[in-house]
Design a protein around this ligand. Structure first.
Ligand code: FES
Length: 189
């Protein structure tokens, strides 16, 4: 048998070249397919996520002042009031939803309104009539009538809420807001 008859190198090289072409085509088709899928799917996903994708505020409600009662009903013993507002998110508007509560108290004829949310981890703060102070049932933080932190792990005093100072006999309206928990500074969220 001659060397030429046993030499199989040239056909092998051709086959390798074919394999390489096929591999290249596969990658090319794959990349093209992924690109086309992106073109088709991306707008659909974007439409689905709108307005999240556009950075539009998705939930609102309670930013306005909400009437919680008549000025005259509040005194030196704190009264808890619930705050209701229309809640609007990206897809729904829900009317008259409870968005939170506040403690309202008069100290030296001056009105105070505190969020009932404990600044530590967010439990609902109660008023202890015997002790004459606000107490959080979760980790025993205590706050004075003026909202100042007195004991426990809360990093700050109760969060004062903004309100329209009413005249006697007029309605009290509070702006309910939420603040970051577990931090010393009062930071709106
Ligand atoms: S949540 Fe109020 S003390 Fe921890």
């Amino acid at each position: 048998m001659s060397d030429d008859a046993t030499n199989t190198s040239p056909p092998k090289r051709a086959s390798e070249a074919d394999d390489s072409r096929r591999g290249f085509l596969k990658v090319g088709v794959g990349v093209l397919g992924a690109g086309l899928a992106g073109v088709v799917v991306a707008p659909a996903v974007r439409a689905l996520l709108w307005p999240l994708a556009d950075g539009v505020k998705v939930t609102s409600g309670g930013e306005d002042f909400v009437v919680v009662g008549n000025r005259d009903q509040f005194g030196e013993t704190p009264i808890k009031v619930d705050i209701y507002a229309d809640r609007v998110d990206a897809w729904n508007r829900t009317k008259n939803v409870k968005i939170g509560s506040a403690w309202v108290v008069v100290i030296d004829e001056k009105l105070h309104a505190f969020s009932s949310v404990c600044p530590h981890l967010g439990c609902a703060v109660d008023y202890d009539g015997e002790l004459g102070k606000f107490k959080c049932p979760c980790h025993d933080s205590a706050f004075g009538l003026d909202g100042a932190r007195e004991e426990g792990p809360s990093p700050r005093g109760l969060d004062q809420l903004e309100f329209d100072e009413p005249k006697e006999g007029k309605l009290l309206a509070i702006r309910y807001e939420r603040f970051k928990q577990g931090v010393e500074a009062k930071v709106k969220v």
